[in-house]
Design a protein around this ligand. Structure first.
Ligand SMILES: Nc1ncnc2c1ncn2[C@@H]1O[C@H](COP(=O)(O)OP(=O)(O)OP(=O)(O)O)[C@@H](O)[C@H]1O
Ligand SMILES: [Mg+2]
Length: 169
C-alpha cells in the first residue's frame, strides 16, 4: 500500500512518562527541563488538586534562574511574572471556567508575550484549544501519597525536539 503524508512520523516524539517519589524529585525534573527551555516554550500543566503542578513549576523556574521562593501559585492573581534567564509567565486557571473567560481576561495577550519568554499554565485544559507548535502538555497523576506520574506530550514539532533533548540528557 502506498504511504500517505498522514502516516505517523516516527521522528515526532510521542509521550514520555516519569514517576517521581517525592516533591524534591518533581522539582528536580522541572529544573532539568527549565535549564533547557528556549524562548517561546509553553508548558500546559494538567492534573487534579495537589498533583504537583506548582511543585514542578518551582523546579522549572529554578532551572530558568528564578529564585524558588518567588514562585507561588497565582490562584487569586491569575498570573505571576518572574525574571530569570528568560521572562516567565506563571498562570493558574483554576478559577477560570472555560476558554471564553480566559480570552476575556486577556489570554491571547499572554500567549503573545510568551513568544519571547516562557509560559507555564496550571489547569491548562481550559486553553488547550490555543496550543501551537511550542506547547508541551504535562499531565500529573497522583499514584500514592508521595508518588506522581508526570507525562509529557509534545503538541507540535518544536515541543517534540525539546522533549527529545530532555530525555537524552
Ligand atoms: N512526588 C511528588 N511530587 C510533587 N508533589 C508531591 C509529591 N509527593 C507529595 N507531594 C505533595 O503534593 C503536594 C503538591 O502540591 P502542588 O501545590 O504542587 O499541587 P498542584 O497540582 O499545584 O495543586 P493545585 O491544583 O491546588 O494548584 C505538595 O503538598 C507536595 O508536598
Ligand atoms: Mg498549583
Amino acid at each position: 500500500m502506498p504511504q500517505t503524508h498522514c502516516d505517523l512520523r516516527d521522528d515526532i516524539m510521542q509521550e514520555r512518562v516519569f514517576v517521581t517519589g517525592g516533591p524534591s524529585a518533581t522539582r528536580a525534573l522541572g529544573k532539568r527541563l527549565g535549564g533547557q527551555l528556549p524562548p517561546g516554550a509553553v508548558l500546559a500543566l494538567v492534573g487534579e488538586l495537589g498533583s504537583g503542578k506548582t511543585c514542578f513549576t518551582k523546579g522549572l523556574c529554578s532551572g530558568l534562574g528564578v529564585p524558588m521562593r518567588q514562585v507561588n501559585s497565582p490562584s487569586y492573581a491569575f498570573v505571576n511574572q518572574y525574571r530569570g534567564r528568560l521572562p516567565v509567565l506563571h498562570l493558574d486557571l483554576y478559577r477560570i471556567p472555560d476558554l471564553e473567560s480566559a480570552l476575556d481576561l486577556g489570554m491571547l495577550d499572554y500567549v503573545e508575550q510568551a513568544r519571547s519568554g516562557v509560559m507555564v499554565v496550571e489547569w491548562a485544559e481550559r486553553v488547550l484549544g490555543l496550543a501551537s507548535d511550542d506547547w508541551l502538555r504535562v499531565d500529573f497523576t497522583v499514584l500514592s501519597a508521595r508518588r506522581r506520574e508526570i507525562a509529557f506530550t509534545p503538541l507540535g514539532e518544536r515541543a517534540s525536539t525539546l522533549l527529545a533533548r530532555l530525555t537524552e540528557s
